[in-house]
Design a protein around this ligand. Structure first.
Ligand SMILES: Cc1cc2nc3c(=O)[nH]c(=O)nc-3n(C[C@H](O)[C@H](O)[C@H](O)COP(=O)(O)OP(=O)(O)OC[C@H]3O[C@@H](n4cnc5c(N)ncnc54)[C@H](O)[C@@H]3O)c2cc1C
Length: 344
């Protein structure tokens, strides 16, 4: 999501771009696709400001991506409903029991807040569309290429499974694997998910409770997520976690019990110690970072791509990105910066 989005913006700004991708099952494929700075309670923090900015970019960005790719990405400005108050009433509309039953028939909740500006997108379709858009624009995406680390002390080259590759600038967007060869604190936070096949149009808004979230797709699938587990890169679903998620979803929306679970899966959120991304110049002269998007990488992709590309192409710092420098971690002794692991 992040790498391909940046590639497209840079290309459209006139740069010559190529993408190197190992092709692991990425977080982008696994996500729920909520566009939810309000529901995620990002607040008035720098992350919240970036999140709201990106949420506002989404409608046009979705149109642009659909046009470039010729594919539908199932962007829905469908709002997100939070049961109860959960302390987040600004921007939201209070739904009492009567309104709630007319909007979400059968929900097992008395009242709550609905955020009409939030929404969701089918992140798997976005992933397909990004790849197709790159194809149409003539941006080479070299799949199956692993980056091992810097090829020289200035990072004008990288060593890869396809040999040494040179560029004027590299943008590191390796998701949860971003700390593989560079000493930056990005760790995988595993999330397990499941999908239920219901009827088309049966659920028209996202439901985001404290125990689970429920996200509709246009084809009638309903995505339920997600666990948060520090499990390294341990693959696989586990029965207790999936059952708990399923039960929580049925508690909220009892009619879900009448429909089959058609898929379970997992993914790794790229997470930093303060749960905010690192976007901007990297610790080496020819390196930029765009990583650590944690629970919000689908939401933040348009802003990350647009602002970082602007910064790279114009050389002028973007104020919204200033709080997301990797340097904030150096003081905690978490990050050595220059200590790229591949260049001993
Ligand atoms: C269960 C779950 C639910 C989520 N729900 C939401 C949500 O509702 N809304 C939201 O906004 N966000 C959500 N997220 C978060 C979001 O998915 C991520 O923040 C986002 O997808 C990160 O994108 P990325 O491109 O940085 O990483 P990824 O999608 O993981 O991509 C990283 C890429 O780097 C490549 N790579 C890694 N190492 C190397 C290497 N050495 N050489 C070459 N290539 C390499 C990989 O192959 C991969 O293609 C969720 C995440 C999970 C796991």
């Amino acid at each position: 999501m992040i790498g391909l989005s940046i590639a497209i913006e840079l290309h459209q700004g006139g740069a010559e771009v190529f993408v190197l991708d190992r092709g692991d099952s990425p977080a982008t494929w696994a996500a729920a696709g909520m566009l939810a700075p309000q529901a995620e309670n990002l607040g008035d923090s720098p992350l919240g400001q970036l999140g709201f900015y990106s949420r506002d970019l989404w409608p046009d960005w979705a149109k642009k991506l659909e046009k470039l790719s010729g594919l539908n990405i199932d962007y829905q400005a469908c709002g997100i409903f939070l049961p109860g108050n959960q302390g987040r009433s600004a921007e939201g509309q209070w739904w009492n029991a009567q309104v709630l039953q007319s909007q979400i028939p059968g929900i097992n909740v008395q009242a709550g807040v609905w955020f009409p500006q939030e929404g969701c997108v089918d992140n798997r379709l976005v992933f397909q569309a990004l790849k197709r858009a790159c194809e149409h624009l003539g941006i080479p995406v070299h799949r199956g290429v692993t980056i091992f680390g810097p090829g020289d002390p200035q990072l004008q080259t990288v060593n890869t499974s396809s040999g040494v590759i040179a560029a004027d600038l590299f943008v590191l967007a390796q998701g949860s694997w971003s700390g593989e060869w560079l000493d930056i604190p990005v760790y995988p936070l595993k999330g397990q998910m499941l999908a239920i096949q219901a009827e088309i149009g049966q659920l028209k808004t996202v439901i985001f409770s404290e125990s689970t979230y429920i996200v509709p797709r246009l084809d009638g699938r309903i995505v339920v997520g997600a666990t948060q587990e520090w499990a390294g890169f341990a693959p696989g679903n586990s029965e207790p976690e999936i059952s708990t998620l399923h039960r929580s979803a049925i508690d909220l929306l009892p009619w879900l019990a009448g429909y089959p679970v058609i898929e379970t899966w997992w993914g790794f959120r790229p997470t930093t110690p303060d749960q905010s991304p690192m976007i901007g110049e990297g610790p080496w002269p020819h390196l930029c970072l765009a990583t650590g998007h944690h629970r919000n990488g689908i939401l933040l992709a348009p802003a990350t791509a647009y602002l970082l590309s602007q910064q790279i192409l114009t050389g002028k710092p973007e104020a919204l990105l200033a709080p997301f420098s990797w340097k904030r971690f150096v003081k905690d002794g978490l990050c050595q910066g220059e200590g790229a692991k591949g260049l001993q």
